[in-house]
Design a protein around this ligand. Structure first.
Ligand code: GLN
Length: 239
């Protein structure tokens, strides 16, 4: 079995080391004897979504988001078809905001990909915090760090999780992230996947099942350090 990961525009959307998330996906495949390849696309590269099993859209500043916004219009149709065909996507922070209809900032409105019916508006102050979520998708809590000026409103979509500590999508609703088909969007950046191995494995499993069939199972990994890191953060912030 083989997983091909498409990393979209790491030259622009790589605010908090999203390459580490790619390495995590690659390693967790390789440890199980699953072949893994990553294709990093620069802004002028042509993307053939039919050859991809997981797409990662990373974090970026407002300025960088503005720069990729024009390009996104060109790939919107193909990206949308991939999502509707249950393609797996993980979109983080700036990339998460770009999944939606628009991101309105003081400097103007950035047109989104319209892959998920949601929108983001910049509001007073930034939401900067460690964050802990309880997601219905996993036994383990999801832990991370958030730093965003935009507030995301997910309309009728399901969130990734309920906020146990931190601000989340808009600092008010008590929820964080979004899930739509096989798309997951979240404000949790930096080492999201190394700290949350269950999330990394969900992406890999969904990608493999889409390609090879529902009977695919993932061999469990020990994850001793990963679980310790996760519970350390949890115990530190959730009382
Ligand atoms: N530019 C966006 C915001 O501030 C996202 C930043 C990020 O990717 N951390 O809301």
């Amino acid at each position: 079995m083989k997983v091909t990961i498409g990393h979209l525009y790491p030259d622009l959307l790589n605010l908090y080391g999203d390459r580490g998330n790619i390495q995590c996906l690659m390693k967790r495949c390789q440890w199980r004897g699953i072949e893994a390849e990553t294709i990093a696309y620069e802004i002028d590269d042509k993307i053939d979504f039919s050859g991809l099993d997981i797409v990662l859209l990373g974090g970026g500043s407002d300025r960088e988001q503005m720069l990729v916004c024009e390009k996104l219009k060109e790939i919107q149709k193909d990206f949308k078809a991939y999502v509707e065909d249950n393609g797996v996507v993980i979109a983080i922070c700036g990339g998460y905001q770009l999944l939606g209809n628009y991101y309105k900032t003081d400097q103007g409105t950035i047109q989104g990909l319209e892959l998920v019916d949601m929108y983001t508006e910049q509001e007073e102050g930034r939401l900067i915090s460690n964050i802990v979520l309880k997601s219905d998708l996993f036994d383990m809590p999801v832990v991370g760090f958030e730093n965003h000026g935009g507030r995301t409103y997910i309309n009728n979509n399901k969130p990734l999780g309920k906020v146990l500590y931190g601000a989340g999508n808009d600092g008010k609703s008590g929820y964080e992230g979004v899930t739509y088909k096989n798309v997951i969007g979240t404000y949790l950046h930096g080492p999201l996947l190394p700290k949350n191995p269950q999330l990394a494995d969900l992406l890999i499993l969904r990608a493999l099942r889409r390609k090879y069939g529902e009977q695919v199972e993932l061999e469990p990994l020990e994850d001793k350090e990963e679980k310790e890191a996760n519970s350390y953060i949890c115990n530190r912030f959730v009382k």
